[in-house]
Design a protein around this ligand. Structure first.
Ligand code: FAD
Ligand code: NA
Length: 378
């Protein structure tokens, strides 16, 4: 073995694929029973509907190198992501755009009129002087839209009143003064034609790559553990950086999600793939309906059943899956200390969202793995 990779998410698999193509012998281990990290999907057994097990994943990028690279392993559908939100029993389009504003104010504002109105409403606070998230949000979009679309949703995401949250959590709240409600602005967007897992498996499908699942790097009862491999073989580590160093510099904090899945005996639950719930009376933040991610599979998917998943957000404990970095001042200080420790680790390369404590979209994880390969490993 020339290279040991801890974690089979997009970061680890990109390194594995590049290394194998360059003739290196690679072993990838993952503590989970499946490949692919958080992008893993599986077909719900009774309906065959593809369900994203760790939250809905939409691929989008403006990076030409990444787009060319990912197209070696999968084709993409023409899916375009759009999100709606329910507030006081009425459905509005997101991100906040001219359609949202005119529906909310029961008006027919032109782009210029809407811009003037929002600017006037936002005058209540100076976002640069904001003492908390609420003041900043009001200073950016005004109180009415904040209270309708941001306040309770944010409180559910953070289990915290936005008055108690630091202003830094949001730097901007984009408002579009057109009716464009495409969720992403990137050049390329789509979903893998035959699913994420097929794409991920193709990346690992090379005679130079061996994948060992249900194998934890910190479990000393298995051979490829930290103690017996560090210093013996080059390692790419994509697990949590604080765990690697046994939490000596403190625990980095994360939010996690809980998912509640139901198979319903109806053709269509909500008419779209993602519906947010803006108000406090719904305990979940959003509901995903997976058949709508693949309208082109209408001939294969059942017409009389659908799969929905309610998503709940909360702070993670050590036993939970870490999803989004909380990124408090304490976390940032801890991260710097871990980065120093990481520099001292002989031939261990820390990467991916857990290894660097950063939210990374898939295209960012892949792009950063390609850079690590080109600059440090090739
Ligand atoms: P991961 O996919 O997390 O892979 C890390 C792997 O390391 C895991 O499989 C884990 O089991 C393994 N591991 C950890 N510790 C150990 C250990 N001790 N031993 C062995 N293995 C270990 N991106 C988008 O582009 N679009 C989206 O719409 C999108 N939606 C998202 C929604 C949610 C809810 C979340 C959380 C993320 C979303 N992402 C999205 C981001 C996407 O999931 C990441 O870009 C991607 O997972 C990054 O890959 P990674 O390899 O860095 O990490
Ligand atoms: Na989101």
């Amino acid at each position: 073995m020339d290279l040991l990779i801890v974690g089979s998410g997009f970061f680890g698999l990109t390194i594995a694929e590049r290394a194998a193509a360059a003739g290196r012998k690679v072993t990838v281990i993952d503590r989970r029973h499946h490949i692919g990290g958080n992008a893993y999907t599986e077909n719900e057994p009774t309906t065959g509907i593809e369900v994203h097990k760790y939250g809905a994943h939409l691929f989008h990028t403006s990076n030409a190198t990444v787009w060319e690279y990912v197209n070696r392993f999968t084709q993409f559908t023409s899916y375009v992501h759009r999100v709606y939100t329910t507030h006081k029993g009425v459905v509005y389009p997101l991100p906040i755009n001219l359609g949202t504003i005119n529906q909310f104010f029961q008006a027919a504002y032109t782009p210029g009129e809407a811009r003037d109105l929002i600017q006037e409403l936002a005058g209540e606070f100076d976002p640069k002087q904001a003492n908390n998230l609420e003041e900043r949000a009001i200073g950016l979009i005004g109180r009415p839209l904040y209270e309708a679309f941001i306040r309770d949703y944010t409180a559910k995401q953070w289990q915290t009143d936005p008055k108690e949250l630091p202003a830094e959590i949001i730097s901007r709240l984009p408002v579009r003064y057109t009716y464009d409600n495409r969720y992403f602005n990137d050049t390329w967007e789509g979903l893998p034609v035959d699913g994420y897992t097929a794409w991920l498996e193709r990346m690992a499908d090379h005679p130079n790559i061996e994948v060992k699942l249900s194998t934890d790097f910190f479990d000393e009862s298995q051979q490829l553990n930290k103690k017996s491999t560090v210093g013996q073989v080059p390692i790419v580590y994509t697990g949590p950086v604080d765990r690697y160093f046994d939490y000596t510099e403190g625990e980095l904090s994360w939010r996690t999600l809980d998912f509640e899945q139901d198979v319903l005996d109806i053709p269509d639950f909500q008419g779209t793939s993602v519906m947010n719930y803006a108000d406090a009376d719904a305990p979940y933040t959003r509901i995903h309906e997976f058949k709508h991610f693949h309208p082109e599979r209408a001939d294969r998917y059942p017409t009389d059943k659908t799969v929905i998943v309610r998503e709940y957000s909360r702070f993670a404990t050590r036993a939970d899956e870490p999803y989004y970095p909380v990124n408090t001042a304490e976390d940032r200080a801890g991260l710097l200390a871990y980065r120093d420790l990481a520099k001292g680790e002989q031939d261990v390369h820390f990467g991916g969202r857990l290894g660097t404590y950063q939210y990374l979209d898939m295209h960012m994880a892949i792009g950063s793995a390609l850079s690590m390969w080109n600059n440090h490993l090739a």
